[in-house]
Design a protein around this ligand. Structure first.
Ligand SMILES: Nc1ncnc2c1ncn2[C@@H]1O[C@H](COP(=O)(O)OP(=O)(O)O)[C@@H](O)[C@H]1O
Ligand SMILES: [Mg+2]
Length: 358
């Protein structure tokens, strides 16, 4: 059992405020992902949880008791880091066994525990090798094994897959997911990778500049972002974001972005006269060769296998992207004019401060 609570948790390093005032509850057995850009305070939060960093203010409670002053080894947590930090001269077996020796577990019990955990993460053939003989993916499996073997009730993982290539990362991501399902322990997982967050999390906590920007299920975060920051962070390719204004034209509300004009529901007319940003995800734009709201010329067609990306020139720094299902090279060509439609219920609006208004 482990329920963790962070109350007004804060960490300053000199004049840098790494974590401002974090309030967060983590349920027993939950897979919580802390996600956000580099420098937003993820590692600092995790290190305070582990006991490697003293909070400047606030409380950490585990199962109702304040643990601020507990040593890391007394907190019933296991931590997996981004770089594997294995003992280079010890065999993999000894690397995994190390934590158990520290806890004075008897020899026979240690052997069984190491062998079991090696089997669990598929590294039995590596036990009599040394770290230099392991690939990056194998080393991360060893790092997982070394933490698993001590049976903590909470696992803290700090970007454990970020040093691996894309294919290995997906493979090990599935492994982490399976371990969580099997062990039913609490996992607190830090990443800057939105895709990792979306696929692994029960709940996502999006951090920005030392604060929680939004928390919710992956679906909530994706379909109901409360700010420009969150909308832009999740999704690949990213949400299309067009700066402009909502004006009234012949009694109708129209969103105007450069030459582009899109009629929007009349209720949008009261968004005010200031600048707004319209957001629409690439998969929600409807493309047609017949009719639609906005005539545009395809700049580039990029087949992705199961989908095709259509790029359009936009006034911002990023091209406007549309995802169309299937390989549709015969239907659309670069230079071709098509009609785009933004379905009303798929359009987001953000105000100048980046807050979601519709
Ligand atoms: N030991 C430290 N000394 C000084 N500043 C630090 C230290 N650790 C982190 N910081 C600063 O705190 C902020 C948050 O860092 P960190 O928690 O590592 O972010 P993240 O893991 O999200 O990339 C950054 O501005 C970073 O430079
Ligand atoms: Mg970090």
């Amino acid at each position: 059992m482990s329920r963790i609570e962070l109350k007004s948790l804060r960490k300053e390093f000199g004049s840098t405020v790494a974590v401002k005032s974090l309030d967060l509850q983590i349920e027993d057995g939950e897979f919580l992902v802390l996600v956000g850009p580099s420098g937003c305070g993820k590692t600092t939060t995790l290190r305070m949880l582990a006991g490697f960093e003293d909070p400047s203010d606030g409380e950490i409670t585990m199962n109702g008791s304040i643990v601020n002053d507990l040593e890391p080894r007394d907190r019933d947590i296991g931590m997996v880091f981004q770089s594997h930090a294995l003992f280079p001269h010890k065999y993999i077996y000894d690397n995994i066994e190390f934590g158990l020796r520290m806890k004075n577990v008897p020899e026979a019990e240690r052997r069984k525990a190491v062998e079991d955990v090696a089997e669990m993460v598929h590294i039995t053939p590596l036990l009599n090798k040394r770290p230099a003989q392991c690939s990056g993916g194998e080393s991360q499996r060893v790092a997982l094994a070394r933490t698993l073997v001590t049976h903590p009730s909470t696992f803290l993982l700090d970007e454990p897959l970020s040093s691996l290539d894309a294919k290995l990362r997906r493979e090990l991501r599935a492994e982490v997911d399976r371990l969580h399902t099997e062990l039913k322990k609490t996992f607190i997982y830090v990443t800057h990778d939105q895709e990792e967050a979306m696929t692994l999390a029960d709940r996502i906590v999006v951090m920005n500049e030392g604060e929680i920007e939004q928390e919710g299920s992956p679906m909530e975060i994706y379909s109901n972002p409360k700010s420009y920051f969150v909308a832009d962070f999740f999704g690949s390719p990213s949400m299309n974001l067009l700066d402009g204004e909502v004006i009234s034209k012949e009694g109708k509300a129209v969103f105007q972005h450069g030459q582009m004009e899109i009629s929007v529901p009349d209720t949008y007319a009261n968004l005010g006269s200031g600048k707004v940003t319209l957001g629409i995800r690439p998969e929600h734009v409807v493309v047609s060769t017949a009719d639609g709201q906005i005539p545009e010329t395809i700049d580039l067609v990029e087949p992705m296998g199961k989908d095709t990306l259509l790029y359009f020139e936009a006034e911002g720094e990023r091209p406007f992207v549309v995802i169309v299902e299937g390989l549709i090279l015969d239907d659309y060509k670069s230079g071709q004019q098509v009609q785009l439609t933004f379905p009303d219920d798929k359009v987001y609006f953000f105000d100048e401060a980046g807050q979601r208004i519709r």
